[in-house]
Design a binder for this molecule. Structure first.
Ligand code: FPP
Length: 247
């Protein structure tokens, strides 16, 4: 007899949106065209995630290593973020989405910083999905900033050294208060984390899909989530924390 147990839906999905450049190159187009097309996938995934009740969706939009790209491409990516906030903020707000931005802010220009703060402020009381935008984000940088801030407090005598714990570090990461991702999806066939959520990914399921990000639509997203729901998560123990179907 087959028993059906509902697939455990992930609470937090994180995505490395990779392959925009290759998608464009294969079409004889500039890389910026790939990023523009990638915005379409972004819209579709944000909408779908909200519709199916995902509580947290984190998107890797610009890494601290992306500064190594040509200036024109950097300007383009910053432009897309600005357009996204300017055009889509009202819609996200109307759909009760809360926006949170993670990453280093100190080297961002005031116009972009202002927009990011505006997005967070306007939506901070929303109770629907939290859309986490990782912008100018690198996990090693994030962990270093968190540990440095703890050490500063210890040196100032505000905390004992014994206060440097796993939980204390988590509480000082940019993602403080956000549960660790259940699943991290990376598009384009590359199979690595590329300095994304390294601390938070300790027990995340990793799903690598071959599609380039501009080709990643609703169906691909749902298929990846279905792949996630067939995994057994044991968190270092012996029993699955959530199983999908038994027979
Ligand atoms: C990776 O593709 C993608 C990025 C570095 C940026 C992702 C950005 C977007 C989808 C649009 C911008 C979104 C916001 C919210 C700003 P790649 O360029 O590394 O592709 P490649 O590996 O094929 O070269």
């Amino acid at each position: 007899m087959t028993t059906f147990v509902s697939p455990a839906a992930p609470e937090h999905v994180a995505i490395i949106m990779d392959g925009n450049g290759r998608w464009a190159n294969e079409r004889g187009m500039p890389r910026t065209f790939g990023h523009k097309q990638g915005m379409e996938s972004l819209h579709s995934v944000v909408r779908t995630a909200g519709d199916i009740g995902i509580k947290y969706l984190t998107l890797f939009a610009f890494s601290s290593e992306n500064w190594r790209r040509p200036e024109t491409e950097i300007i383009d990516l910053f432009g897309l973020l600005k357009t996204f906030v300017r055009r889509d903020l009202a819609d996200l707000h109307a759909r009760n989405v809360r926006v949170r931005v993670i990453g280093e802010r100190s080297n961002l220009k005031s116009d972009i910083l202002g927009l990011l703060i505006e997005a967070e402020e306007k939506t901070k009381n929303n109770s629907g999905m939290t859309l986490v935008i990782a912008f100018n984000y690198g996990a090693r940088d994030e962990i270093t900033r968190a540990v440095a801030s703890l050490v500063r407090d210890v040196q100032a005598g505000l905390l004992p050294a014994s206060a440097i714990t796993d939980d204390a570090i988590s509480a000082r990461l940019d993602t403080a208060g956000i549960p660790d991702p259940d699943v991290i999806i990376r598009t384009s066939g590359e199979e690595r984390l590329s300095n994304f959520l390294l601390w938070q990914a300790a027990y995340s399921e990793l799903i690598f899909v071959p599609e380039y990000w501009p080709d990643f639509g609703k169906e691909n997203f749902l298929a990846a989530l279905s792949q996630y729901s067939s995994r057994n998560r044991r968190f270092g123990g012996l029993k699955p924390a959530a199983s999908v179907a038994g027979s």
